[in-house]
Design a protein around this ligand. Structure first.
Ligand code: MF3
Ligand code: CO
Ligand code: CO
Length: 249
């Protein structure tokens, strides 16, 4: 069952999303060579709590930290540790914020200092792939229309689309129905309806699409070929004519 949120629920998700946005803005200020990943985690944790949210990745199925930080060939679910950011790193920051029982989920990828044109394009085109998906969203369209737009954009820009990880519905649970894949056929899948809230999150690779776990921990997912990966995510509300970004400004 895909839930349609009430006005009250939407308002709480808006507030959760706003804290999430503010926390991303705070973290962004600290993305510089030399900072340790666990320092970024603490900055995020303290900021979210100070703003009356809860960093709900912490303890989710045993996840040990408040935010996910994934470096270079790490795609998602990276665990912040004592490693330091260095010039040229591709760093994805992904986390959820809960507020009064409702979740928000957003991710951004940054380049630390400078990197090659190829890597700059990977990051920028992953951000634009999210926009390509968003541009299709409104009440009455099929999820496959959104998925297809992301896939088409990625392929036009020479990037591969991870198929093992997908976006999702979101609400009082971090992960709800439906799945929101980053690939698919137009006019297929469930119909989006006004009042649905979903997290759209393209994860694109410079190399091949295959990803796997490592033997480092049970969480971090890396690209099989070691190529860098980027990730952008927003939580959105489907409206009659389009969408509202709940994790935006
Ligand atoms: N934020 C992730 C997502 O986009 C979920 C992270 S789960 C965690 O769905 F446990 F790793 F935090
Ligand atoms: Co996320
Ligand atoms: Co998500």
């Amino acid at each position: 069952m895909i839930s349609i949120k009430s006005d009250r629920e939407i308002d709480l998700m808006r507030q959760a999303g706003h804290i999430n946005y503010l926390a991303h803005e705070e973290i962004k200020k600290h993305i510089k060579p030399g900072i340790r990943l666990d320092e970024l985690d603490k900055i995020a944790h303290d900021f979210i709590v100070k703003n009356d949210g809860y960093p709900s990745c912490l303890g989710y199925e045993g996840f040990p930290k408040s935010i996910c930080i994934s470096l270079n060939d790490e795609v998602v679910h990276g665990i912040p540790d004592a490693r330091k950011l260095k010039n040229g790193d591709v760093v994805s920051i992904d986390f959820t914020v809960r507020y009064k029982g409702y979740e928000s989920d957003a991710a951004r990828t940054y380049i630390v200092g400078s990197a090659s044109k190829e890597i700059e394009d990977l990051v920028e085109n992953t951000r634009l792939a999210l926009n390509a998906g968003l541009s299709k969203v409104k009440s009455g369209v099929k999820i496959g229309d959104v998925s297809h737009a992301i896939e088409e954009f990625a392929h036009e820009h020479g990037l591969s689309v991870i198929e093992d990880l997908v976006g999702h519905g979101i609400g009082s649970d971090m992960h709800e129905e439906p799945d929101v894949p980053n690939y698919g056929e137009e006019h297929t899948g469930i119909t989006l309806k006004k009042g649905m809230t979903i997290a759209i999150e393209p994860m694109l690779n410079l190399g091949g699409k295959e990803v796997c776990l490592t033997d480092k921990d049970d969480w971090v997912i890396v690209t099989e070929d070691g190529s860098p990966s980027a990730h952008f995510e927003h939580t959105i509300l489907v409206t009659e004519d389009g969408y509202e970004i709940l994790t935006g400004e």
